[in-house]
Design a protein around this ligand. Structure first.
Ligand SMILES: NCCCNCCCCCS
Ligand SMILES: [Zn+2]
Length: 634
């Protein structure tokens, strides 16, 4: 798998700007680009990326999506005076031309395509392009919503043409519906388009009926257009994670894309005047981390919206940090999605049931739209608040959010978590392991005996077991002391090693330790104090084993496709694990495991979103190396 993260930025894209007063467009300012880039520099992230130059998209590339007429109109604006520019701009909904707009828009297209080439050629694994004007609202024959050329749509058509791709996933986490992208691909089954957006029952711009959850695509494209409408503002981290666990990720894993492109708008983040949502910047690290598990990590992140400069900058940095493989910051706070979000999630799943295997058993009771009913009642006797008021509240809100983010991000970013993996290397294993891996020397027997004597001493009769416990504990200690991020140890008895690891971590002072055990777990440590949560994925019901509050067993038999595994992990294990908010995760693979190596590697990768990626993996021999690779793939 390729390595390295591309960053594409060209300050010339900051020349496009509004020349007259227009309260609708005045938020799309050049500083969006420059302050994001400055923020990346301040976190020393620019120097860790592979710089890839922007270029002008060619007319031919633009014509992959747009009409010749649209191209000609855009080209003609270069020589216009302000009066003419204003007049042409008025032909569109929420768009403004500047003499440099056409050039900037071609740079935005070219930067996007440069990123696609860098990823598809293997020069880098993934990357981000900081571009403006954005693209996802623009249509074949029209500019719209600050967008002139549809950068992401052109990138998808370009990738299909140049690399013969047949399955491209576009994830649009911008807070507005990228109707432009929907129109371009709604009959195309080779492009899966997912968008969530502020909708408020069609009250919020662009106020389209076709932005609702029942717009599933047309003709051959049915099932390949996914709209998740947010019918209330204030959606937060838990709502966004729930949308990924229960809608996007199961579909994405079933679709199995060859390339993932993100229409990465950050107006869905806290403080943004357009979105009015509450999700904090670190949520974008989790969303990015999840998408990195698809398409062999081939991920192109393209900037769309984002109008609160501080929130935008922090979210861009969270995205790039994760693309670089850094540990994912812990998400804190409420983990249950709100009712309105659950309704929307349930409705889009019901609408897509006919088109997806993973939804085959879905009970399609369209939730009585409780929020809709109350909304319609409210509308009956509502007094509309003037646009002007909201503008004023926005301004002092901006300052408040800036202060909140200063504090919030400081707790998240410091101390800098290590990004190394520890393992006990058998001779020569260092050749297999990436430069991130640290070999740990074994612990001596007396020390092990003293550590283990407290419990399970009777179980440890052979030296072999004692030694394996020693190596696991040596690795675990480094993780507990936060000298390394994660580690992996082989063990002849995974259940015993896991039990010792759990007990040792709790005794070390960790308050919440998650254990995901794959296979028959002969020993179940008592979790009565809630300091441990055990999820056991086992093939058959264990005789006499009762599920207690903190010990859940998931009976599992990997079937042919194995994609049910994804919806079990994504729809059950991850939501439970995220709501537990562990400080450490123990992953153990025991005898007659019911998962293949790819399933285990995916599980390890997805669980890296927890506990700042602190994981200790205890594996019974044969799968050790492949799991090591996925661990130190950070
Ligand atoms: N009342 C009209 C509001 C128009 N708002 C356009 C927002 C475009 C966002 C692009 S990400
Ligand atoms: Zn937007």
């Amino acid at each position: 798998m390729a390595s390295g993260t591309a960053l594409i930025y060209d300050e010339k894209m900051a020349t496009h700007k509004l020349l007259w007063s227009d309260p609708i467009c005045d938020i799309e300012v050049p500083e969006r680009l420059s302050s994001s880039y400055e923020q990346l520099k301040s976190y020393h992230l620019v120097e860790r990326c592979v710089p890839v130059p922007a270029r002008e998209g060619s007319e031919e590339e633009i014509l992959l999506v747009h009409s010749l007429e649209h191209l000609e109109v855009a080209k003609s604006t270069q020589t216009m005076n302000e009066e003419e520019l204003k007049r042409v701009s008025e032909n569109y909904d929420a768009f403004f031309f500047h003499p440099s707009t056409y050039h900037c828009a071609r740079l935005a297209v070219g930067a996007t395509l440069q990123l696609v080439d860098a990823v598809m050629s293997g020069e880098v694994r993934n990357g981000m392009a900081l571009v403006r004007p954005p693209g996802h609202h623009s249509q074949r024959n029209a500019a719209n919503g600050f967008c002139l050329f549809n950068n992401v749509a052109i990138a998808a058509e370009y990738a299909k043409l140049k690399y013969g791709l047949q399955r491209i996933l576009i994830v649009d986490w911008d807070v507005h519906h990228g109707q432009g992208i929907q129109y371009i691909f709604e009959e195309d089954p080779s492009v899966l388009y997912f968008s969530w957006h502020r909708y408020e029952h069609q009250e919020f711009w662009p106020s389209l009926k076709e932005s609702d959850y029942d717009a599933v695509g047309l003709g051959k494209g049915k099932g390949f257009n996914i709209n998740l409408p947010w019918n209330k503002v204030g959606m937060g981290n838990s709502d966004y994670l729930a949308a990924f666990f229960h809608v996007l990720l199961p579909m994405a894993f079933e679709f199995d894309p060859e390339l993932v492109i993100v229409s990465s708008g950050y107006d869905s983040g806290i403080g943004d005047p357009e979105g009015q949502m509450n999700a904090t910047p670190e949520v974008f690290a989790h969303l990015t981390h999840f998408l990195m598990q698809l398409a062999n990590g081939k991920l192109c992140v393209i900037l769309e919206g984002g109008y609160h400069l501080k929130s935008l900058g922090e979210s861009v940095c969270m995205t790039v940090k994760t693309l670089l493989g850094d540990p994912v910051p812990q998400i804190t706070g409420e983990m249950a999605p709100c009712l309105s979000a659950v309704e929307s999630i349930q409705n889009v799943r019901a609408a897509h049931k006919p088109y997806w295997k993973w939804l085959a058993y879905e009970d399609t009771s369209f939730l009585q739209n409780l929020s809709t009913k109350s909304h319609l009642l409210k509308k009956a006797n509502s007094n509309t608040s003037t646009e002007h008021e909201t503008k004023i509240t926005n301004n002092n809100n901006t300052v408040k959010v800036e202060r909140f983010l200063e504090l919030h991000m400081k707790n998240i970013l410091f101390p800098v978590p290590p990004i190394k993996t520890a393992t006990i290397g058998s001779e020569g294993s260092e050749h297999f392991l990436s430069e991130h891996v640290q070999l740990v020397k074994e612990m001596d027997k007396t020390e092990i005996k003293s550590l283990v004597s407290g419990f399970y001493a009777d179980l440890v009769e052979e030296d072999k077991i004692l030694l394996s416990l020693g190596s696991m504990l040596a690795i675990l200690d480094k993780i507990l002391k936060k000298e390394v991020c994660n580690g992996i140890a082989a063990s002849p008895t995974a259940a015993l090693s896991a039990a010792v690891a759990l007990r040792h971590s709790v005794r070390f002072g960790f308050q919440r330790v998650l254990c995901v055990f794959v296979g028959d777990m002969q020993i179940t440590p008592n979790t009565e104090d809630g300091k441990m949560l055990i999820i056991n994925i086992c093939e058959k019901e264990q005789p006499g084993k009762t599920s207690c509050k903190h010990c859940i067993s998931l009976n599992w038999k990997e079937d042919a496709e194995g994609n049910d595994f994804f919806s079990a992990v994504l729809g059950f294990i991850l939501p439970v694990a995220y709501s537990y908010q562990p400080n450490l995760t123990v992953i153990a693979v025991g005898p007659n495991r019911s998962l293949g190596i790819s399933g285990i590697s995916l599980l390890v990768a997805l669980l890296q979103g927890l506990a700042e990626s602190r994981i200790v993996a205890v594996i019974e021999h044969p799968v050790v190396l492949s799991t090591t690779v996925s661990l130190c793939d950070l």
